[in-house]
Design a protein around this ligand. Structure first.
Ligand code: AMP
Length: 391
């Protein structure tokens, strides 16, 4: 089977690594001359808006998927006229727009933050007044790793709102004079969350849905630092007991979203956990950083299951690798420690993405799989090494 991937980053690389044993071949399209997929796939280096390159890319492929959320929707819809594209382009359009994501949650009865859109400074002032402070102002599109957002503190005045408008309207439209332009922003209630969580699930072309155990996530400077599965309590035994209940609700929510979007492939949904309740924040219509632990930590990882789904193959089991297993995934950001030091921890699996080090850049990750009794010690050991090279 010949699979096309839009985007040639580490997610594409891990898709290709998972697909080669299944007899799959890969072609990626990515504007960069070299990318993490170059050594594992045929690489067409071209802009996503280059129609001739898109046609060359599509030629002879059985199915197309994407690993980069900000590919232009026009590129995906053009490809869909020639070759099946999964997840469906509609899911990508929703995932690219925070307003459409939140509206979808609300339509499905999934708890989310209160929100209001704003496309001018006047609308932003009105939206902040209706949501109240503190609140979070975000660009509707193109935000990632905490970029394109700002927090307005309690009792923020009109000067603070104007400052946020200038900052984000520039991000949103690249305008040199943001005060006179329009911009697509969203204002969200600030959630003083106890923890962050995500669920990764997969839906097959036949409509079968399987979800991985709920994951607990920890960010640093807006970048994912650590994921742990299954989700465990954040303090005290009452919360630990509640974790089972929220995991079930997360699974129900993701199943509803998959059905509504007639989805095929892997989808991630991110949540805040506040006072024992889940509050949906966003979706990612692709394999996801908070699911990297599934490669070694579950029976069949997210990358293989995504390929099975889009390739019309039966899905693999999403349970933990062995009964009583826990998995931790630690991101390597900006640089990486000596591989030999990481692998001194016998339960650790190292993934380097073939990227050059740069501050704030995800260059690899380490997954630790161990029993509940060993996981904390093994995770700490890896985290100490990762923290020392974090840039
Ligand atoms: P996002 O790009 O929406 O995933 O936001 C990046 C990070 O900012 C999240 O992981 C949270 O830590 C924080 N954040 C985003 N939205 C909110 C919110 N409404 N309330 C509190 N924290 C938020």
């Amino acid at each position: 089977m010949r699979i096309g991937i839009l985007g040639g980053g580490q997610l594409g690389r891990m898709l290709a690594i998972a697909g080669h044993p299944l007899g799959m071949n890969f072609r990626v399209m990515d504007p960069a001359e070299r990318c993490p997929c170059t050594s594992l796939a045929e690489h067409i280096a071209a802009d996503y808006r280059d129609d001739a390159a898109l046609d060359r890319f599509a030629h002879g492929l059985d199915v197309v998927t994407y690993e980069f959320e900000n590919v232009p929707i026009e590129a995906v819809t053009r490809l869909a006229t020639r070759v099946p594209v999964w997840p469906p382009p509609e899911a990508l359009a929703v995932g690219q727009d925070r307003l459409r994501e939140k509206t979808l949650f609300r339509d499905l009865g999934i708890a989310t933050t209160r929100f209001a859109p704003a496309s001018s400074l006047d609308e932003l002032v009105a939206a902040v007044a209706s949501i109240g402070t503190p609140c979070v102002v975000k660009t509707r599109r193109m935000g990632y790793d905490g970029k394109g957002q700002a927090v307005l503190p309690e009792n923020a005045d009109s000067n603070a709102i104007a400052r946020v408008w200038r900052e984000l309207a520039g991000d949103s439209r690249g305008s040199s004079n943001p005060l006179t332009t329009t911009a697509d922003l969203i204002v969200e209630e600030f959630v003083p969350f106890d923890a962050e969580a995500s669920v990764i699930a997969v839906r097959s072309r036949a409509g079968e849905v399987r979800a991985y155990p709920l994951v607990r996530n920890e960010h640093r400077s807006g970048i994912l630092r650590h994921s742990r599965a299954p989700f465990h309590g954040w303090s005290g035994s009452a919360e630990i007991g509640a974790a089972g209940g929220i995991a079930d609700r997360a699974t129900e929510s993701v199943a509803d979203i998959l059905e509504r979007l007639s989805y095929v492939g892997v989808l991630a949904v991110e949540f805040f956990v506040h006072a024992g309740r889940l509050i949906a924040n966003e979706i990612a219509p692709r394999v996801h950083n908070t699911g990297h632990w599934t490669i070694e930590g579950s029976a069949c990882g997210q990358f293989e299951n995504h390929l099975r789904a889009i390739g019309a193959l039966p899905l693999g089991a999403t349970a933990m690798r062995f009964p009583g297993a826990s998995a931790s995934m630690v991101n390597l950001v900006g640089g990486w420690p000596d591989p030999a030091r990481i692998l001194e921890e016998p339960t650790a699996h190292l993934h380097l993405y073939g990227k050059s080090p740069r501050p704030g850049r995800k260059v690899g990750h380490v997954t630790v799989v161990a029993g509940h009794a060993q996981i904390d010690r093994a995770t700490r050991r890896v985290q100490d090494l990762a923290d020392a090279s974090w840039a």
